[in-house]
Design a binder for this molecule. Structure first.
Ligand SMILES: Cc1cc2nc3c(=O)[nH]c(=O)nc-3n(C[C@H](O)[C@H](O)[C@H](O)COP(=O)(O)OP(=O)(O)OC[C@H]3O[C@@H](n4cnc5c(N)ncnc54)[C@H](O)[C@@H]3O)c2cc1C
Length: 471
């Protein structure tokens, strides 16, 4: 067992001092770290842990276990995600000196189009300098042309390798404790014992259910089945029908929480999130007039590939213990939005903890858990916000008012964009849900909403600027 020598408490008694020192677990020169999964959470963790350890003068080695080859096109090389990198994450990465190259960004998203059955409205990015990046998590959809692109996950894994990580191209199939230290097993019979293991295996892998701390008190996150499909439309058609906008649908369909069509190069990615998305829900969604209108000739083509990945909808219980930490989707994530951003946050918080505090349960409790707790508390507010969004989805009277208020804000220069900024951040996940909620406390917000509800439903004049179509 490798024990660190970093201690504090010089004023304490000598006995307590040595007691604490011998109890503290920490990384030291020669420590071995294993990371299960080389998606965003695993790569970010490896990258930050190695960089921080170097700056702290500790020489550690990091093995990232990842069997998926992100250079493959289609589901085999893909980590099944909408691929929207929020504007706040793009900015955060830039401050770390990590800039997404053009070979990774398939399209810069400049605006959102909100589609409802009572009209649609274009919402421009509230801050001109911020841009959302649409990326592929693999090397493009099935049957796509082999072009000069690199998937987001490959880019991040390369970043971790550049920091010194060693990628082990094997699936982890077993996990155990070897004299108090975590041990990873692979199908070739190899067993490797580490000083610390970071679990970043997402929620689509069975291994997450079998991993546990020695106290067996980790419980995996709750998940729901989502849906993703890719449509090959060609660049010219995408530019004409979708442009550089992400298309979001607020439709009155039971069990549908969020639906978006994201343009990327030659393809458009469709994502449906909701209460266990199934064929019936997909069919009724694709049959709506609002969705068909986004495709040439009002016909939805057959997708080139589709999948039903799972999404983390409730945080894992106690995602840390002595010598083990769960990050990204396997641990705690933001509800329905900015999953990659949460992977970055939890991975960085875990890396900082293991390098500068230690690797015991108590260290994670103090250093890592506060970041997770913030996300969990924000998710409670998210539930409230999504409850209101669902109400708007269900009640046409509300949809008319919200749409009218947004359209007027977008038309009038200099007007405070209260509803637009709320909708923008609810759709993009760029701001914490608490911040979004606080914006609705602006005294003008309820006043303007009340007026637009009346005007949108009763007065309804041409000056609305909302293309409202007769039902
Ligand atoms: C329909 C849908 C749409 C989404 N859209 C977005 C979006 O637009 N923007 C956004 O920010 N987030 C989005 N998300 C969420 C996002 O995909 C996740 O939050 C994010 O991928 C989490 O990263 P991760 O590294 O924790 O897990 P993952 O991305 O799942 O990566 C886990 C990695 O672990 C590897 N692995 C698993 N098991 C093993 C094993 N036994 N051995 C070795 N390796 C293993 C996998 O191959 C994988 O590479 C979406 C999710 C869904 C379901």
């Amino acid at each position: 067992m490798k024990l660190g020598a970093r201690t504090g408490g010089q004023s304490r008694g000598i006995a307590t001092y040595f007691e604490e020192a011998s109890e503290r677990l920490a990384l030291e020169d020669g420590s071995r770290v294993g990371v299960i999964g080389g998606g965003p959470a695993g790569s970010f963790f490896a990258y930050f842990a190695l960089k921080m350890a170097r700056s702290a003068g500790i020489d550690i080695s990091v093995d990232v276990y990842e069997a998926r080859l992100f250079d493959q096109r289609g589901p085999a090389g893909c980590n099944h995600c909408g691929g929207v990198v929020s504007e706040s994450l793009v900015q955060l990465l830039a401050t770390e000196g990590i800039n997404l190259p053009p070979t990774v960004v398939r399209r810069g998203i400049e605006s959102y189009v909100l589609h409802t059955d009572v009209g649609r409205v274009l919402i421009n990015t509230p801050l001109e300098e911020k841009r959302i990046a649409a990326v592929y998590r693999g090397n493009g959809p099935k049957e796509s042309e082999p072009v000069e692109i690199a998937g987001f996950d490959r880019f991040l894994l390369d970043l971790a390798i550049s920091a010194g990580a060693n990628v082990v191209r094997k699936l982890v199939t077993g996990f155990d404790w070897d004299h108090g230290r975590p041990q990873i097993m692979t199908p070739d019979g190899a067993e490797s014992t580490y000083d610390l293991v970071a679990v970043a295996a997402g929620v689509n892998s069975h291994i997450v259910k079998t991993l546990n701390s020695r106290d067996a008190d980790y419980q995996p996150p709750e998940t729901l089945r989502a849906f993703i499909s890719e449509f090959h439309l060609g660049e010219a058609t995408i530019n004409e029908c979708l442009g550089n906008s992400m298309h979001v649908f607020l439709l009155d369909l039971p069990r549908l929480e969020f639906a978006a069509l994201i343009p990327k190069g030659e393809f458009a990615t469709l994502c449906l999130l909701g209460d266990d998305v199934d064929e019936e829900l997909i069919e009724s969604f694709l049959a709506t007039r609002e969705v068909k209108a986004c495709f040439p000739g009002n016909v939805v083509p057959a997708p080139v590939c589709h999948c039903f990945p799972r999404i983390n909808v409730r945080a894992a219980v106690r995602p840390y213990a002595d010598r083990i930490v769960w990050i990204g989707d396997s641990g705690v994530n933001r509800l329905f939005k900015d999953g990659i951003g949460s992977a970055y946050r939890t991975a960085k918080a875990a890396a900082k903890t293991v390098v500068f505090r230690g690797i015991s349960r108590a260290d994670f409790e103090r250093g890592f858990w506060p970041e997770c707790r913030n996300l969990i508390m924000d998710n409670w507010i998210a539930k409230l916000i999504f409850g209101v969004t669902t109400l708007i989805q269900r009640v046409r009277f509300l949809r008319r008012g919200v749409l009218r208020m947004t359209a007027l804000e977008q038309q009038r220069e200099g007007r405070k964009r209260l509803m637009s900024s709320v909708l923008w951040d609810v759709f993009t996940g760029s701001a914490p849900y608490k911040e979004i909620l606080l914006r609705t406390f602006h005294p003008m917000f309820p006043l303007r909403l009340a007026w637009n509800l009346v005007a949108g439903n009763v007065v309804r004049t041409k000056e609305q600027g909302v293309r409202e179509e007769a039902q």
